[in-house]
Design a protein around this ligand. Structure first.
Ligand code: MN
Ligand code: MN
Length: 323
């Protein structure tokens, strides 16, 4: 059962929505610091920090219609969380909505990927970890196994990790390791070439992007369950989202751990990435709505900016859900 404010600007009804936001407040397989279950609330709250316009894209945040589903119920066993996510997110994916999932820990990604057809998407994961173990601490649905579960469904050739730097021996010493580019190599060759490598590595056209916030350096994203030094820069991840562009099929951001995030900066960063994804979806919708051959050199003007910088929706208008 979820309660509280909806994501800023998520004012559409389900039927008209292009994008649907789901919270998965689950953290029962966390292996170091727990608390990621609180992130759907803190990230929604952080979403009210931002301007409604992305000046660098010339795009208004309102362009895609966004519906906030609220949160899935919380369970202890990962299998129960998976059944709940299937129930909540599955219909949206089958209805052609663009899903944005707010974890919770990274295991929330497992059912989301499986709700796409196996030929529909490739998974690009931004993560300090390879998450490629067959099982961890007794469960195959641990947050340390998400890439292996995605490979089971999509094929190993459709999984790629950017920013890995904490990799178990048993993850490399096997016949079928998950492909990755380490944060050290990203630092050497630059994020643009790293993205190119990722996009060339995977076979399926559409890309589902999963962001484990620990992929970013803990100096910028300290509020996470298993922080790992020597990570990606915040701008690197923004560039990945933009480079995937019209191939993007869905997005989740996981592993923000609010109890380890006293300043709230990690939730702020997570919400900003969600906004970036919404902007990219908006650009794709706009591109599709103009026939080829009549390319506009100027984007249509956004709606006039209102005076309020943020939109604090009164609690009474919040999206209360009971399940
Ligand atoms: Mn990780
Ligand atoms: Mn992970």
């Amino acid at each position: 059962m979820a309660y509280g404010i909806g994501y800023a600007g998520a004012e559409a009804e389900y039927d008209e929505a292009d994008v649907v936001i789901y919270g998965v407040p689950y953290d029962h397989t966390a292996c170091f610091k727990a608390g990621a279950r609180e992130a759907p609330w803190t990230i929604r709250r952080a979403s009210y920090n931002f301007e409604e316009i992305h000046f660098e894209h010339g795009i208004h945040q309102d362009l895609p219609a966004v519906y906030d589903y609220g949160n899935c119920d919380d369970f202890v066993l990962p299998e129960d969380m998976i059944a709940e996510v299937d129930f909540a997110v599955g219909p949206g994916i089958r209805d052609g909505k663009f899903p944005i999932v707010i974890g919770g820990e990274h295991s929330a990604n497992i059912p989301v990927v499986r709700n796409f057809g196996k030929d529909d998407i490739a998974l690009i994961s931004i993560d300090a970890h390879l998450d490629s173990r067959d099982e961890y601490l007794g469960t195959p649905n641990s947050h340390a196994c998400i890439c292996r579960r995605a490979a089971d469904h999509l094929g190993l050739e459709n999984v790629f990790v950017i920013g890995a730097r904490a990799i178990g021996e048993e993850e490399l010493d096997r016949d079928d390791p998950v492909s990755f580019i380490s944060s050290y190599e990203v630092m050497d060759i630059g994020i643009d070439k790293a993205i190119q490598k990722a996009l060339e590595s995977v076979k399926n056209e559409r890309i589902y992007l999963t962001l484990d916030i620990d992929g970013i350096d803990p100096a910028f994203a300290p509020g996470t369950g298993t922080p790992e030094p020597f990570g990606l820069m915040p701008m690197d991840v923004k560039k990945v989202i933009n480079a995937v562009g019209d191939r993007l099929a869905g997005f989740d951001v996981c592993e923000v751990c609010p109890p380890a995030d006293p300043s709230g900066i990690t939730s702020i960063l997570a919400a900003r990435y969600i906004n970036e994804v919404i902007a990219v979806v908006g650009k794709n919708l706009r591109r599709r709505s103009y026939p080829s051959g009549c390319r506009r050199t100027r984007w249509p003007s956004p709606p006039p900016l209102r005076h309020r910088r943020t939109r604090h929706r009164p609690l009474s208008r919040g999206r209360y859900r009971t399940a």
